[in-house]
Design a protein around this ligand. Structure first.
Ligand SMILES: [Fe+2]
Length: 308
């Protein structure tokens, strides 16, 4: 199996996410817990026109993103085409789109059930099945990490399709508080390997080995790569990694108030710094076919750099 050499550099600066900086961590932790959103209703911000946010709407959206790395916007009057998503993102500095091979012309992916599309139907997002906890683009190479994301609901399903959402910084915090060895193991450059993907032409995507938690070398912001799926992933086979993975699974299965449960309805969308999320299974009806637009970006939402 070909494994690409990773280039997940740890930053030289001391950040709260560095195990060698307990003082910075404690300061950041206190601030984070005091401000983190635990009431899902507080995550939701009504906006009149996502194409041209007012300054108070922009401030309200940014406030949620600063505190919890995510916000759910809700609008009644929206021309829901792909361009709207792009223009909303650009108001938050989201510009370099990570267009995957199934994305449309705009770089935005239409997530809907594709029962008769041979290419898509073998990928879970294009089915009505549940998707386990993950961050987006966990299989991307280091230079194409997905740091920002918009998930916009054009049409919800007849039934089901709820999402759970969790700020990855809170996941880090909870794991670090429980046992700093969990963080050490999940920050190892060989913690997690996503095997290569092949198609009829050969290797379509090389294997990716890297950490779950890493910090941006320039900004010091925390990034997380994760999938709870058990197929197409190889965890490092040592006791420390195995224990950390179980601890993370238990955390995500808990009823912590920082885990938000929500169902996006038409006109609602998630704007976030690629937080942890999952999707419940759903069923469409002839009149109600679930359709979401998804945009992935290499930047974080502008103005959400974490201070400590
Ligand atoms: Fe996702």
């Amino acid at each position: 199996m070909a494994t690409e050499q990773t280039a997940f550099h740890q930053t030289d600066m001391l950040t709260p996410f560095d195990l060698d900086s307990p003082t910075a961590y404690q300061r950041w932790r206190e601030h984070k817990l005091a401000r983190a959103i635990t009431d899902t209703g507080e995550l939701i911000v009504e906006v009149k026109d996502p194409l041209a946010l007012t300054s108070s709407e922009h401030t309200a959206l940014l406030d949620r993103c600063r505190r919890s790395n995510m916000v759910i916007y809700s609008t009644r009057s929206t021309p829901t085409d792909e361009d709207m998503v792009k223009r909303l993102g650009s108001q938050f500095g989201l510009k370099s789109m990570d267009a995957n091979w199934l994305a449309g012309k705009q770089g935005i992916t239409r997530i809907t059930v594709c029962a008769d599309d041979g290419q898509r139907q073998s990928y879970i997002p294009y089915t009505d099945r549940a998707i386990k906890w993950h961050t987006d683009g966990y299989y991307n190479p280091p230079e194409r990490q997905v740091r920002g994301m918009i998930l916009h609901c054009v049409q919800s399903a007849g039934q089901g399709g709820e999402n759970r959402l969790m700020d990855h910084e809170i996941a880090f915090l909870m794991l670090r508080d429980a046992n700093s060895d969990f963080i050490r193991a999940l920050s190892a450059p060989d913690a997690m390997t996503i095997p290569e993907r092949t198609d009829e032409f050969g290797v379509a995507r090389a294997a990716q080995t890297g950490p779950v938690f890493s910090t941006d070398p320039k900004s010091g912001d925390l990034h997380m790569r994760y999938t709870a799926r058990t197929r197409s992933i190889e965890w490092k086979q040592d006791a420390a990694t195995q224990a950390a993975v179980v601890a993370l699974e238990n955390l995500l299965a808990s009823d912590l108030p920082h885990i938000h449960r929500t169902r996006l309805e038409p006109g609602m969308g998630l704007l976030c710094n690629n937080v942890l999320h999952d999707r419940a299974e759903f069923s469409d009806t002839p009149n109600q076919t679930r359709l979401f637009y998804r945009a992935r970006y290499h930047e974080r939402v502008a103005g959400t750099h974490c201070n400590w």
